[in-house]
Design a protein around this ligand. Structure first.
Ligand SMILES: Nc1ncnc2c1ncn2[C@@H]1O[C@H](COP(=O)(O)OP(=O)(O)O)[C@@H](O)[C@H]1O
Ligand SMILES: [Mg+2]
Length: 350
């Protein structure tokens, strides 16, 4: 039987398209793999991908509110709370099947909803992680940090593979650390600005540590604790060049920036290929690296943006105009097809 797959989408930078990409790839992956179960775990307190998956707009806000205000929240907070208290939790209690809420989505797509209270429980999770161990075998830090990893090893149906997509918050707070440890593979979106490229260095330092450790703070970092405890970390699978504009000059500028991002990644790869997924190919230079570890997403244009806003997988986007907050938006067929092709290509790699 196939193992589960799990992808965590993270860059230590906001607004690079993490949630939009999570929405598109999860919905398209689920459509293309009806024999598998697909679960989005929304580990961002803003719950943007949850709202997209629930169809967007006021209705999705109301449903989200219902889920998170239950005594035992049907959300990531509910799961984390029970799993922290009992050492384990039943996945089925915390997932929401999406097709009854958003009829455009396939039957095999589920959500562990985002929840603003993640911010509230973060200090409690940190406190528990830092607790003094009670015995040689007790390791509270590892227990808390692997709590979502435990979840992504579960199956919705025992006889089918479950595939997880984890959306994240850019901050490296404890719940983001838990999200990162929860995925077997890391997808790193970047867009065309310097800060999302600087964030790549930050990403390596935060997850794997800096080459020289700070004499005081060094031992308190996630990276040094993870190393000390032998915690398994995700392998980087793809750098996703999320290009927001198709204009000629801008495209040229983007290429320069994305080359810089690629150089940084390739330097890391040369230092330690173990941080990257092994695709079973020999990488001898940067162009081998680029063709195996980097995927260029074009501007999703109005098609991708409107589709995510309405919780529509691109395959279901068959109209010419859509209404977004009272405005009629034109979405040309050509744009819909380009965007669909882009997402299908990316999903083909997963
Ligand atoms: N490829 C893209 N083309 C056009 N707009 C995009 C693209 N990716 C993301 N966006 C837009 O950029 C904004 C930020 O995206 P979002 O997914 O919320 O980022 P993050 O989750 O990283 O903060 C949103 O308004 C989204 O519609
Ligand atoms: Mg987001």
């Amino acid at each position: 039987m196939f193992d589960n797959k799990s992808y965590v989408i993270w860059n230590n930078k906001g607004g690079v398209g993490k949630s939009t990409i999570a929405f598109h790839i999860a919905s398209v992956y689920a459509e293309l793999h009806p024999e598998e179960d697909v679960v989005v775990i929304d580990m961002c307190p803003q719950a943007n991908s949850s709202a997209m998956l629930m169809g967007g707009g006021k209705e999705s806000e109301d449903i989200l509110q219902q889920l998170i205000s239950k005594d035992e929240p049907q959300s990531i907070v509910g799961y984390l709370t029970e799993a922290t208290l009992n050492g384990d939790a039943d996945l089925v209690k915390y997932i929401t099947k999406l097709s009854p809420i958003n009829k455009n989505l396939p039957e095999n797509l589920y959500l562990v909803s985002g929840d603003g209270n993640l911010e509230l429980i973060a200090p409690l999770l940190s406190e528990r992680a830092e607790a003094t161990p009670l015995s040689i075998k007790d390791d509270p830090w590892v227990k808390i940090h692997t709590i979502v990893k435990q979840l992504t090893e579960k199956r919705i149906n025992p006889e089918r593979r479950s595939v997880y997509f984890i959306d994240t918050n850019p901050s490296f707070s404890i719940y983001t650390q838990i999200a990162i440890v929860g995925g077997k593979n890391l997808l790193v979106p970047i867009n065309a600005d310097d800060s999302s490229i600087f964030a790549i260095t930050g990403l390596f330092n935060l997850i794997w540590g800096t080459s020289t450790e700070h004499p005081v703070y060094g031992k308190y970092t996630f990276a040094s604790k993870a190393k000390k405890q032998g915690l398994e970390l995700p392998k980087i699978a793809y750098l996703l060049g999320n290009r927001f504009t198709q204009k000629k000059g801008a495209a040229h500028a983007f290429k320069a920036l994305s080359n810089e991002a690629l150089n940084k990644m390739y330097d890391e790869f040369k230092k330690n290929p173990d941080k990257f997924e092994d695709f079973g190919v020999t990488i001898s230079d940067i162009s081998d690296f680029e063709s195996n570890y980097s995927i260029e997403l074009r501007d999703f244009n109005s098609a991708g943006v409107v589709a995510a806003n309405q919780g529509l997988p691109l395959s279901k986007m068959d109209r010419h105009t859509y209404e977004v907050y009272g405005e009629r938006i034109q979405v040309a067929k050509e744009q819909r097809e380009l965007c669909k092709q882009t997402i299908d290509d990316l999903v083909g790699h997963l």
